[in-house]
Structure formats: C-alpha cells, structure tokens
Design a protein around this ligand. Sequence first.
Ligand code: SAM
Length: 312
Amino acid sequence: MASEGEMAPHRLEAHQPDPFRLAQPRQLKEVLARHGFTLKHGLGQHFLVDAGVLRDIVEAAGIGSEDGAFEVGPGAGVLTACLGHVARRVLAVEKDPALRPVLAETLDGLHNVEVRFADVLDLDLRDLWAAFADCRRVAVVANLPYYVTTPILFRLLEAGVRMDVIVLMVQREVAERLAAHPGSKSYGALSVAVQYRAEVQRLRRVGPGCFLPPPDVESAVVRLRLRSQPAVEVDDDARLFQVVRAAFGTRRKTLRNALRAGLGLSGDECEALLAEAGIDASRRGETLSLEEFAAIANTWGRMRPRDPGAST
Ligand code: SAM
C-alpha cells in the first residue's frame, strides 16, 4: 500500500481528519466493533479498505467544491467521508439502519453530508435531487451491493434527473458487460441499454483483498459519462428496449426467430421488418450494433400502431 501522503489527492490533504483513515482493515474493524455492528452478507456489505482504490474512485468522479455527490450504500462511511471533503453537498442512501451510529461517528463534523436510511429502489430520485439544486454538476458514486447492481443502475439511468457522471464499483463480469462491444461474449441487453445513455470506461480491476470481508468475486471500477443526447436517434425508447430484450431473450437464435417470438410478429412481418431496416434476418442479436438496434426499432414503429395488443 502507498504511504498516506501518496494516497491522498491534493485537495483532500488540506482537511482534517484524514478521510482515508478508515480505509484500513484495523481501523474499520475497531469502529464497527465499537458499535457492535456485524456485517450482513445478504446486503452485500463488503466495505472498502484500500486507500488507493478509494482515491481512484473519488478522482474518477472529478468532483469539485461546487458539485453534488449522490452515494448508494455508504456502509461505514469510508467513501462518503472522502466525498464530503471534496463536494459541496453529499446525499447518501443506506438500507441498513444498524449503520446509523457508525455513520454518526465516521461522518461527524461533515455538515455537508446527509444520510437517508431507506432502500434506494423505494425512493423517488426526483425528490432527492432537490438537494442538488445549487450544485454545478452531480456525480453518482457507489461501491454497489452486487446482489442488486442492475436494478439500481437502471433506476439511476431512468430517473430523469441531472447526472453528469456515475462512478461505480461493480463485479468484474458486470464491468465487462457494461463496456462490451457487439460480437463479444459479454455483449448483451445491459451493454446496449447503458451505452445508449452513457459512454462507458473500465478504469481498474479491484481484487477481493481490498474489501472487508473479501467477496468471492473480482471487482472493477467503471465510469459512465452521461450523454447529453442518446448515442443514436430513436423515435421511442420503450420500443428500442423491447427490440433489445427480444433479440437477447433467446440468445443464439437468429433475429428472424428471436424477434418473431419476442415481439409477437408473424414470420412474414418479421422478414419485412428486418428487410426494411436493412438487417440480415439470419444474424443473431449479439452481433448487432446500437445503430442497427435503433434501425429495427424505428422501422418497427413506422410499420405498426403503438397498441401492443395489435401484435399478438
Ligand atoms: N460504500 C461502502 C464502502 O465502499 O465501504 C459500503 C459498500 S457495500 C458494498 C454496499 C452498501 O450498500 C452496504 O452498506 C449495504 O447495506 C448497502 N445497501 C444494500 N442494498 C441497498 C439498497 N437497496 N439501498 C441502499 N443501500 C443498500
């Protein structure tokens, strides 16, 4: 591990106490023990204990003193405290109320940090975002609970709130899926849905030893830069995602068969749709680019009324 001086980015060094002090197994265990807190595997509680990884996450978000930060699952507050030292305002949502006394200690004195105890999937993010009204940019930063990564990611992307960048710790396989290109083994509905809205970068791998307790899987940090406009022009987002789900719903099937089953089209309708969109019907969903999915969705929209009952 690097020395303390090397670990802290310049902006953080001016502040006391050192926000990285908790990112060490012994310190973290002491805090948790002081409050009689027992880690819950079922809530994905693997807390970060590597200051180098912590620094990389905070730096990747590029948060300045006029920016807001939203964190899902602050845990013991290791990452939250770092965010509190660089951001104008931090809002964090933690599902486990047993962490309340732990967070009261670790975030003590950080008056710009607020923690709500709730399941993030139950909250209306548009209400929460009122906290960021006076912020220049908003970053979402999270070491996500792996059991619920995909629903949380979709909730964030579909919330319709201002978000400039999302920096996430995820399971390594999920990072590969998020960044995957057509034709690769990891490419799927998640890749298309996320790349439609964001530019995805895999930043670094993170080994199990960087967490307390170590998870069974490898992890990775990814950065999603939200696009001001989706990557491709689509008449109707919902229709695009219907096509994507249908194409990947029956992997290794040709588009001819996958779309027929998934969109409720007849064989002739399916052939006509793909011909009109300029896509070979014998191709498989996992080879299609975002542009090609958009072409099918837009063509389908122009071919048939919106009423889903009409297709079945
Ligand atoms: N941010 C801390 C860190 O990096 O050390 C903790 C990360 S830990 C992987 C995930 C955290 O998310 C846990 O504290 C867990 O209790 C919390 N959590 C799990 N499910 C959640 C949910 N649905 N909504 C909000 N928080 C959740």
